[in-house]
Ligand binder design. Structure first.
Ligand SMILES: NC(=O)c1ccc[n+]([C@@H]2O[C@H](COP(=O)([O-])OP(=O)(O)OC[C@H]3O[C@@H](n4cnc5c(N)ncnc54)[C@H](OP(=O)(O)O)[C@@H]3O)[C@@H](O)[C@H]2O)c1
Length: 130
């Protein structure tokens, strides 16, 4: 698949798998909106991408665990990239406590981030992805 000049919204770009994926995609000529909560990590990644690949990547700080955060991420990514061709739902949280010992607020966060966010982002972007 030729990804050169594709515009990709990548969630969970500030660390782990997402950070490595961003560097790989940028090396293939992809234009990226880098989404996560930690703006400083996203800015550092965008600077690394620029220096290694000469590609411009756009940090988009947003909490995907809320409706407001998801909408803000979509608005800013569309504005920066001028449209979106591909969505990569990578952001996620894990909690290794036994289920009966999990904090109810953490359960809420896990489902909002790992389930609701991918569903809502995909629904919102589907017309332009198709
Ligand atoms: N590593 C594995 O072995 C493994 C195995 C199976 C599945 N996975 C899944 O693969 C994905 C990436 O895993 P990983 O190991 O790279 O995880 P990670 O290192 O913990 O990175 C998670 C990423 O998601 C972002 N994120 C978390 N909550 C967010 C929120 N509310 N809003 C926006 N961004 C949020 C984090 O950024 P901020 O903290 O800056 O927001 C970070 O960039 C996850 O969905 C994980 O569940 C991983």
């Amino acid at each position: 698949m030729n990804l050169k000049d594709k515009r990709i919204l990548l969630t969970g770009a500030s660390g782990g798998i997402g950070r490595h994926l961003a560097l790989e995609l940028a090396a293939q000529g992809v234009r990226l909106a880098l989404v996560a909560r930690r703006l400083d990590a996203l800015q550092a990644l965008a600077a690394e991408i620029k220096s290694v690949t000469d590609q411009q990547a756009y940090p988009v700080a947003a909490d995907l665990g809320t409706n407001e955060g998801r909408q803000a991420a979509l608005d800013e990514a569309r504005r920066e990239l001028g449209g979106i061709d591909l969505l990569i739902n990578n952001a996620g949280v894990v909690d290794f406590h036994n289920f009966s010992e999990q904090d109810p607020a953490m359960i809420e966060r896990i489902y909002q981030t790992n389930l609701i966010a991918p569903v809502q982002l995909t629904r919102a972007l589907l017309p332009e992805l198709l």
